[in-house]
Design a protein around this ligand. Structure first.
Ligand code: ATP
Ligand code: MG
Length: 743
């Protein structure tokens, strides 16, 4: 069989049609597990092998780093040696690369910095100050979000100001935005949203540059198109304008990023923007058992506005979806780990087959502890924020300064780690002097140093101790810059660690010095990958990686560890066994979404995405109580989504936990005095019945065990709402009649 026949062999007729449609716009709308990503990868391989298209002219973009890596892996298997010449990545990584090469056109030099969240917040604070606004009245986080929303619809500060007319908060934000733009320019820096915005602007203002990229990328493909925002859509349109060889795949039911300005209308409007577009839908799901698929379909049908499309599977019925309840998050975690151990012991599953998914990062804590207690290896996706750890941030800050000395934000971080006798006051004086002269802080330091080397009086009056610290600091950075231009990036890191005093600072720190040093060594390991690039490009690539990837997941071996992952991050992935934990009102759906029908629908889609990741087994878990801050803190009712799944597809699982169950009367969580007071107030003891308060475990003669969710004193009695286990659900009972026993 030829390679091409091979490529088409494993496809159904609709998928094959999509792969063989190589020219013109193509829209593939289809449900989860129907082979959308498979079509993209096969289509790329087909273009190269059958059509002789150069891999160099193919651009495929997707949403998360993880998804991009998966696609590269699949392509490596399909297209073999050609895979390296393809451009496959996220929108952000594509733009970051492009701006390194072309940024000069819009005043960004090659060594620009990418501001992370912390940098952004401190920059916004500074800009609020410049514009004379009180950060207490205008919280920096809220201002930043507003600016980010504007950037995502391609507005600069002027456009935002025009739109804001009359809306006071927006007007304030637009003014801060203008300062923020200037600050970024002064620092030779961009933020995350700018990567897209600035690229689109560049293409708009310099058609010759756009033309070059249009000529280069004759074929453009976008996966997870339902989650693109206006900027991403615009960028794709610019690139595909001429040839229109633009293939997008997506599923409106899986759109889960509207909070980041993703706009599902992009997929719905595609036909208007590309009237010639061919539309193909894929109806067969290959991923999940029939039970899992039908349970997920049952859930998503509760959403009002949907494009109806069929989705069926020929896979076996499989086992029912299993539902279980736990007393609290620790018991929930214990049950999950216990079941995973059973699956690996009694059935043929491996740890690497199992994933635990949750709504918010804070939920990983209980899971991680259970894994550690039970000696089960795990990898945490998206939550660790490896690059956010203090020691790593300090080291990368040095590297960033060595790469781009205009970056004042970074200099401010570096200059006091380790402390080197440069007080806040000296730094402020220095900063003001620099701003007055329109130079960066580092340039100002350099001038002062030069003056002292030439035995001239310092241009700024600083304490002499500060002046000598500055001179030493300038020496250090200049030496490191010189090394960065000729040596491998790992060599640079080694010199930096020892000469800056950072190594000593970390190894002698009070907090977990060994673990922190290990993290530094892990980072050094990552840096090794960039040693082959000519200096200082290796440093540039390393910094790009640290800005764009915030996960540690590529550091560890996935084979024999379970995956802990947020529902958002799980998009596009698949696992033989999936547990979704925290199926509770206020968590999934999240409490923030409850006042708008639209947002509740998005939460439902998120749950749908999670359920459809499962191939063979799916478990839905909930806990009566949850103590971390991200949750409601108190007892929680079962998620409405559990009721929306057809009942005949669910069974109670009654898993046994590896953790000891705490049946003692629950303590008010988190030591919050407000909550304690609320609990005390809710505690009622009518003369006839037992004293009950919210959170108490109780037993009912007919309904079994449950937890008190609410107590309400009426004229003559007390009405208690009890959430019963074992699928019985919530009941409202009158305390004087109900045969309730406090446990
Ligand atoms: P999602 O919407 O979740 O991203 P998707 O539509 O991208 O899903 P894929 O990940 O491409 O779906 O495919 C799901 C699974 O089904 C994969 O394991 C894939 O290899 C398999 N698959 C897809 N099409 C076929 C086919 N024709 N024959 C056998 N297996 C297939
Ligand atoms: Mg996919």
């Amino acid at each position: 069989m030829t390679q091409v026949a091979n490529l088409l062999e494993g496809l159904n007729p609709a998928q094959r049609e999509a792969v063989e449609t190589v020219d013109g716009p193509l829209l593939i709308i289809a449900g989860p597990g129907s082979g959308k990503t498979r079509v993209i990868t096969h289509r790329i391989a087909y273009l190269v092998q059958e059509y002789g298209v150069s891999p160099y002219s193919i651009l495929a973009m997707t949403f998360t780093n993880k998804a991009a890596r998966e696609m590269t892996d699949r392509l490596g298997r399909l297209a073999g040696p050609h895979a390296g010449a393809l451009t496959v990545g996220t929108f952000h990584s594509f733009c970051a690369r492009l701006l390194r090469i072309e940024g000069d056109f819009i005043g960004l030099s090659r060594n620009y910095s990418i501001f992370d969240d912390d940098d952004q917040i401190s920059a916004i604070k500074q800009c609020l100050g410049q514009a004379d606004y009180d950060p207490k009245r205008y919280p920096p986080r809220a201002v930043l979000s507003a600016i980010s929303r504007a950037k995502n619809v391609l507005q600069d500060s002027q456009a935002m100001a025009r739109d804001a007319a009359g809306y006071y908060f927006e007007e304030v934000c637009a003014r801060v935005y203008r300062h923020y733009e200037e600050l970024l320019a002064r620092n030779n820096a961009v933020d995350f949203d700018d990567l897209l915005l600035r690229t689109v602007q560049l293409f708009r203002e310099y058609p010759v540059v756009l033309q070059r990229y249009q000529d280069r990328y004759g074929y453009l493909m976008v996966d997870e198109f339902q989650d693109t925002n206006v900027a991403q859509y615009q960028l794709s349109r610019q690139l595909s304008q001429g040839h229109q060889n633009f293939c997008v795949v997506g599923d409106p039911d899986q759109s889960i990023y509207s909070w980041r300005s993703a706009d599902v209308r992009n997929i719905l409007n595609f036909k208007n923007d590309y009237p010639r577009a061919k539309v193909i839908s894929l109806g067969q799901n290959y991923r999940s058992t029939a039970n899992i698929l039908n349970a997920a379909k049952g859930l998503i049908e509760s959403n009002g506005k949907r494009l109806d499309h069929q989705l069926f599977t020929d896979n076996s019925t499989g086992q029912p979806v299993r539902v279980d309840e736990a007393y609290d998050e620790d018991e929930e975690a214990g049950k999950v780990i216990g079941e995973i151990k059973r699956l690996t012991r009694e059935e043929s599953f491996k740890l690497g087959d199992c994933a635990v998914m949750y709504r918010v990062n804070a939920q990983s804590r209980a899971m991680e502890e259970a894994c550690l207690q039970q000696g089960v290896k795990y990898r945490l996706v998206g939550g660790t924020r490896f690059y956010q750890r203090k020691e790593i941030r300090d080291l990368t800050a040095y590297l960033r300064l060595v790469y781009n000395q205009q970056d004042d934000q970074t200099l401010a971080r570096v200059v006091s780690v380790p402390p080197r006798g440069l007080g806040a006051k000296s730094m402020q004086q220095l900063g003001e002097w620099a701003t007055g002269r329109g130079v960066s802080t580092f340039d100002a330091m350099r001038e002062i140093t030069l003056a002292s080397r030439n035995k001239q009086p310092s241009p700024v009056s600083l304490p002499s101790r500060a002046a000598s610290s500055i001179a030493k600091f300038v020496d250090l950075i200049e030496r490191l810059v010189a090394i960065s231009r000729e040596a491998e990036v790992v060599k640079l890191i080694d010199v930096l660690l020892s000469e800056s005093g950072l190594q000593k600072h970390i190894q002698e720190s009070d907090e977990r010095p060994e673990e922190r040093w290990e993290n530094v060594m892990d980072f050094r390991g990552i840096a090794q990958e960039f040693n082959a690039e000519t200096p200082p490009d290796g440093l540039g690539s390393l910094l790009e990686r640290t800005s764009l990837v915030s996960q540690v997941d590529d550091l560890e071996d996935a084979e024999d560890s379970i995956t802990l992952i947020t529902l958002h991050q799980a998009k596009g992935l698949e696992f033989p066994v999936v547990f979704i934990v925290g199926m509770e009102e206020g968590l999934l759906p999240h409490s923030r979404s409850l006042d708008s029908e639209e947002q509740t629908e998005e939460e439902r889609r998120l749950c749908y995405v999670g359920m459809t990741r499962a191939e063979q087994r799916l478990y839905l878990m909930r806990a009566f109580r949850r103590n971390f801050r991200g949750g409601s803190g108190g007892p929680a009712a079962a998620s409405r989504f559990l009721r929306e799944i057809p009942e005949d597809l669910l069974v109670p699982a009654a898993l046994s936990s590896t953790a000891a169950r705490t049946v003692t009367s629950p303590q008010p969580g988190g030591g919050s005095s407000i909550r304690a007071a609320a609990l005390a107030a809710a505690s009622v003891a009518p003369s006839s019945g037992p004293a009950l308060k919210v959170g108490d475990p109780v037993r009912h003669r007919a309904f079994g065990d449950g937890i008190v969710m609410a107590c309400e004193v009426t004229a003559s009695d007390v009405e208690v709402t009890v959430e019963f286990a074992g699928g019985v659900g919530a009941k409202r009972l009158l305390l004087s009649f109900a045969p309730l026993e406090k446990l």
